[in-house]
Design a protein around this ligand. Structure first.
Ligand code: ADP
Ligand code: ASP
Ligand code: MG
Length: 438
């Protein structure tokens, strides 16, 4: 068996859905389990509709527009409108529950977001049936996707793997499963974090011990940089699990950060492929990648905060470090990149940081300063650790861009630097030129 996950652009229109069905049909012999995202843009629209404060009418219009997008695709595909009737009505009632003027809470927002995947899975399955495939749509929670109650960013519980494995193995039809969503122990719908359908695919792949987990997207695999930023970005044939995981965590949107772990634990290859260009070999993510270039890719994460803590009295540095990290923990700040010197420690974080509270916790012994809205640019690759003069290459290629902080990971697999957000794309382009020659 293999898992084939199709992202939002891949199921973004009737034409694309027909294309997806053709690709799945070609792979029928490998017994695919299909995972789908919501149609491109729909999750954003659902969030916007849920948060719409203006009036009940504006909210209702937004919902009808979302349903209309699906109905249009259904019309063009020539499948019955009734396919999504229950979901469309479910979405209408879910929106009605939000009282005018109220902040929508995370549990209700997850419920509303779930309708994107629930509608797309039904449309894709119906289109497959029309093309002669014996397919059935499933909401992931109905086949065992059990999570904790961390709405918006839920974690899958260990029990899910066994349950999902058993359910899929006992199913004779081709399963078309919703990405992104699950259910907690109380029965509330949860979501796995934005872009989380990749993670769903990987969980299902591990649960059924798939031969391969395929992530079908809109580019030729993992590339040497985001092709939307660097024109000369090239597709990479092979990337190791740890490189792919690091890239995803450091901002490469092509994979959700949690995707790699379940696959890696079972040593299942993850292949990234292009729905627009299915003949391209894409990228294979495996344990040991064979590749000539030491650097795999350059990636960037925008809108991060940098927290600088400095202390003049360095008498009890260990005690101070403990205090700082305890404070981060209590304030829910998760730290990505750390750089230290004798009198200073700087860290980057994606979280919104409560500066005042942090200052109160460590303020007596050290001064805390925060730089908001920065960007972290990272060079990722297994060969970085033994690359001569890597820092020299970075500094000389970025000579016109001020570098706020620089840090290498303990594993030697990434070298990250912080720049002003306005310099971020230029920095990625210049580093790409320095490391890949284009
Ligand atoms: P999907 O909807 O299929 O899940 P995403 O939009 O989540 O697709 O991810 C694919 C996008 O990731 C690409 O269109 C590309 O712009 C972006 N991206 C960022 N970094 C990279 C990279 N290193 N390699 C390939 N794509 C990247
Ligand atoms: N539809 C969800 C999102 O837009 C999940 C996904 O596409 O992977 O975040
Ligand atoms: Mg994605």
């Amino acid at each position: 068996m293999i898992v084939m996950k199709f992202g939002g652009t891949s199921v973004g229109s009737a034409e694309m859905i027909s294309r997806v069905v053709k690709i799945v049909k070609k792979n029928a012999i490998k017994k695919p389990v299909v995972v789908v995202s919501a149609m491109g843009g729909v999750t954003d629209m659902l969030i916007k509709a849920a948060k719409e404060k203006a009036s009940g009418t504006a909210q209702k219009n937004a919902v009808e527009k979302i349903i209309g997008i699906h109905e249009e695709a259904i019309d063009k595909l020539g499948i019955g409108q009734s396919i999504i009737e229950d979901e469309a009505n479910g979405l209408r009632s879910a929106i009605d529950i939000i009282k005018r003027g109220d902040e929508v809470n995370a549990r209700i927002l997850d419920d509303i977001m779930s309708f994107g995947e629930r509608m797309s899975a039904r449309i894709v399955a119906a289109c497959m049936q029309k093309e002669g495939i014996d397919a059935k749509a499933y909401d992931a929670y109905d086949i065992g996707m059990l999570t904790d109650s961390h709405f918006g960013e839920a974690n899958v519980l260990p029990k899910a793997y066994g349950d999902i494995g058993k359910r899929i193995e006992g199913e004779k039809k081709m399963c078309v499963i919703t990405g992104f969503i699950g259910r907690d122990l109380r029965g509330s719908i949860t979501t796995l974090g934005r872009g989380g359908s990749d993670y769903t695919a990987s969980i299902i792949g591990a649960a059924i011990r798939a031969l391969e987990i395929q992530i079908w997207t809109d580019v030729d695999g993992i590339m040497t940089a985001d092709p939307k930023v660097v024109d000369g970005a090239r597709s990479i044939r092979e990337v190791s699990y740890d490189e792919a995981s690091e890239l995803a965590m450091l901002g490469a949107k092509v994979l959700h950060p949690k995707t790699i772990l379940p696959a890696m634990e079972k040593e299942i290859p993850v292949r990234i492929l292009n729905t627009f260009n299915p003949k391209h070999a894409g990228t294979m993510v495996i344990k040991k990648a064979r590749r000539r270039s030491r650097v795999a890719s350059i990636t960037c994460k925008k809108h991060i905060d940098v927290i600088d803590i400095s202390s003049a009295s360095m008498t009890d540095i260990r005690g101070l470090m403990r205090k700082i990290f305890d404070a981060f923990d209590r304030q829910g700040i998760s730290v990505d990149v750390i750089s230290t010197s004798e009198a200073n420690i700087s860290v980057t974080t994606d979280n919104i940081c409560n500066m005042a509270a942090l200052g109160r916790e460590i303020g007596e012994e050290a001064s805390v300063h925060i730089r908001k809205n920065m960007a972290r640019v990272s060079i990722v690759g297994k060969g970085l650790a033994n690359m001569p003069n890597i820092l020299g290459t970075i500094f000389s290629s970025l000579d016109s861009i001020p570098i706020g902080m620089i840090s290498s990971s303990v594993s030697g697999i990434n070298q990250s630097l912080v720049v002003n957000i306005d310099d971020a794309d230029r920095a990625v382009k210049m580093l790409h030129l320095a490391f890949f020659g284009s």
